[in-house]
Design a binder for this molecule. Structure first.
Ligand SMILES: O=P(O)(O)OC[C@H]1O[C@H](O)[C@H](O)[C@@H](O)[C@@H]1O
Length: 300
């Protein structure tokens, strides 16, 4: 059975090989597991809340309409908590959207009348989100379409980000490639610069936004020369790279075991350096694909 719906989640398996599969919670439409031939690609904290009591610490949480916290109090988005309301709302499961000979896709929708009411009361905007999750033998494609409904009375301004937690073997043997030459904003140092290093390595807490990364660049997570994950994207110009390291891990109650910072890295594709603006009736889409590619160095 390629698509199995439960009360709180949906399990999707590849028609030709059930060990290639993903599981997505209806809460936040959060993918919490993505396995390729039985191998788990995503990190999920052992203390992650999967009961809808708080956003999931792991998998692929969805960030909308704001990345981080908007500090300008004149901006209505400043009323929302960090990373907005998509990851802490129950989405509507819309069923199977397509299936080819060896791929299968399902969709979820989110709109104000089913979103987290406490948060939509703080941010009074109309929106229609349709998330498509497509599984193929060697990839998981996540596609988001955002619409400002024609009946809306105002422009829709928003960020979007797939907050992907990748599982790795050892953070100190891991690097992230193909972001050399990008504009970087270091969220810890609060500084902007051009990245000159050939690869990203990790020796401490790391929290940087790489911006204006072209869609033909694909980012790879590499462990001692072996490519663990490849991320491709469309219409998502920014990549956030984050590892909480020791102290920040200690400060997150839902991050367990505390040593797990060594087993994960977030590489998050999004549009976060400025807001996308849609007039009533307009649509936008963004897409990421987690796939398998040989080690490929691309000059920026
Ligand atoms: O704890 P959360 O709200 O899920 O945020 C977790 C992390 O998300 C992103 O990676 C940000 O760049 C980090 O600054 C933030 O700490």
């Amino acid at each position: 059975m390629p698509v199995t719906e439960y009360d709180d989640k949906v399990l999707v398996t590849l028609p030709s090989d059930a060990s290639t599969q993903f599981t997505v919670l209806k809460y936040g439409a959060t993918v919490v597991s993505y396995k390729t031939k039985g191998h788990e690609n995503l990190f999920l904290s052992q203390a992650a809340k999967l009961d809808g009591s708080k956003p999931v610490r792991g998998g692929i949480p969805l960030v909308f309409p704001v990345f981080g916290k908007e500090s300008d109090e004149s901006n209505p988005l400043s009323k929302l908590p960090q990373h907005g309301l998509a990851r802490n709302s129950y989405w509507e499961f819309l069923g199977e959207s397509s299936s080819a000979d060896d791929s299968i896709a399902i969709q979820f929708g989110l709109y104000p009348d089913i979103a987290n009411a406490e948060l939509t009361s703080l941010w009074d905007n109309d929106f229609t989100l349709v998330l498509t999750l497509e599984l193929s033998p060697n990839s998981l494609r996540t596609h988001i379409e955002v619409e400002n409904p024609i009946k809306s009375s105002k422009d829709l301004k928003f960020n979007w980000l797939f907050h992907t937690y990748f599982q790795i073997d050892d953070i100190e043997d891991t690097f992230v490639t193909n972001l050399t030459g990008s504009n970087v904003y270091d969220q810890l140092m609060k500084s902007d610069y051009i990245d000159k290093f050939p690869v990203i390595q990790f020796t401490e807490e790391f929290d940087k936004i790489y911006s204006n990364v072209k869609d033909d660049i694909f980012t790879q997570i590499v462990d001692r020369g072996e490519v663990l994950h490849t991320l491709k994207k469309k219409q998502l110009p920014d990549l956030v790279v984050w590892n909480p390291w020791i102290e920040k891990s200690k400060g997150m109650a839902d991050f367990e075991p505390k040593s797990a910072y060594q087993k994960m890295v977030c590489v998050e594709a999004g549009h976060v350096k400025d807001y996308i603006t849609l007039k009533p009736g307009q649509k936008w889409f963004g897409e990421q694909t987690l796939c398998e590619e040989a080690l490929t160095y691309q000059a920026i």
